[in-house]
Design a protein. Sequence first.
Length: 448
Amino acid sequence: MAVCPRRSLSSLLVGLLAVTLAGALTPTTVAAAPRAPTTTDRSRPALDRVALDRSALDRPPLDRAGQWEATPAAGERWSIDLAVGGGDDVNVRSGAGLLRLADTRPTRRTRPAALAAPVAEGALLAPARTLAGPANRIHADLTAETPPGTTAQVQVRGARATGWTEWREAGGAPVVFDRPVSRVQARVLLTTRDPKAAASVRAVRLTADTATVAAPAPSPVRSYRVFATREGEVGGVTANGRTIQPRDHFVALPSRRGLSPLDSGDYTVRVCTTSGSRCEYAPVWDVGPWNTRDDYWNPAAVRENWKDLPQGRPEAQAAYQYGYHGGKDQFGRTVLNPAGIDLADGTFWDGLLLTDNAWVDVTYLWTGSGPRGVVGSGPLNIRTGPGTAYPTRGLAATHADVPIQCYVKGQTVAGTYRTTNRWNRLAGGQYVSHAYVSTVYGGTVSPC
């Protein structure tokens, strides 16, 4: 824009004004702001496990160039780094600024092991981002090419003091959480049914802001009786990237909304025999059986697919027992059993002492609240009392997050993390030694 001096100004005044204006418009060099520590935890929040630097949370985050990002009135914005970084990323590769499937063939190493579906999949898990301020609405802008038979999707979750929300799809409509979250994590999911076709993602940009929502009504933790099958598939790869080991301890559910990142128990179930004589706490590390978008434990307003089914009834069960959806799953396969959960071999044989597929009672522990203990060394025996002389009633897998009701003093145990006489009481009057619990979050545990 040209700046015109008034006609009455002398030529000297005009020159001085021009010099002054030029100096004001010339950018000056300033010292860069010191780089603040950023949180790159890829799994569970550490909100209750370490003392928070509240002043750091009040500062805006850094962008990838190390500069402070402003938080505009429309919300805090940032982009996902699409570079493949570590073991949390499954069957994806990056290059030339694009994210693609590493292998488009549907094999035991490119699809969820519990699924055996005619589809290849891959996922990039981004580091969790600490927000400049609490937010409850997340929107994702995805720039991608998706040839026929392929999909590209962004899913997000938010961290609160009590743990992570479920994953939600952040596509055309934003994700709105029922409470504000302090941290956000995103993952990019790619799929293809055609080995000759693959989606490519060029950019993912997220926005976090606040929307007005009604306060959620308190609800008990959700628990349903479903049919369990043994997964097996030793040597296959789970949906979160684990190579399945003999006698492994985890479960698979037919939805990614409750899929834990590798080596975490952010989403843990308690699965028990119908008699209640044996239980195991196990992390959700795989997707299946049969479906991938059937979060049947959620109410119809939240459930991703099959909203006309009763809450707690898996689509595979409805298809098998009642001919629902023509007796087929989402891939068009004829459903051959009513399974709503798959159990890894260690959970099946050692945790529950099962010898055949069976009905079980499953509690989806992340739908509840209260303090949780993280089993850092397992499988850990669950006992009927606070000592090793008491009978065992099941197991708690490594990385499982177990709800703790209270604690008592009992036999002193020298464990992986400490020597202690503290025993944590779980549901049903069962106990685990605190010597093998790596940390507690989500609240204070009181004496019984």
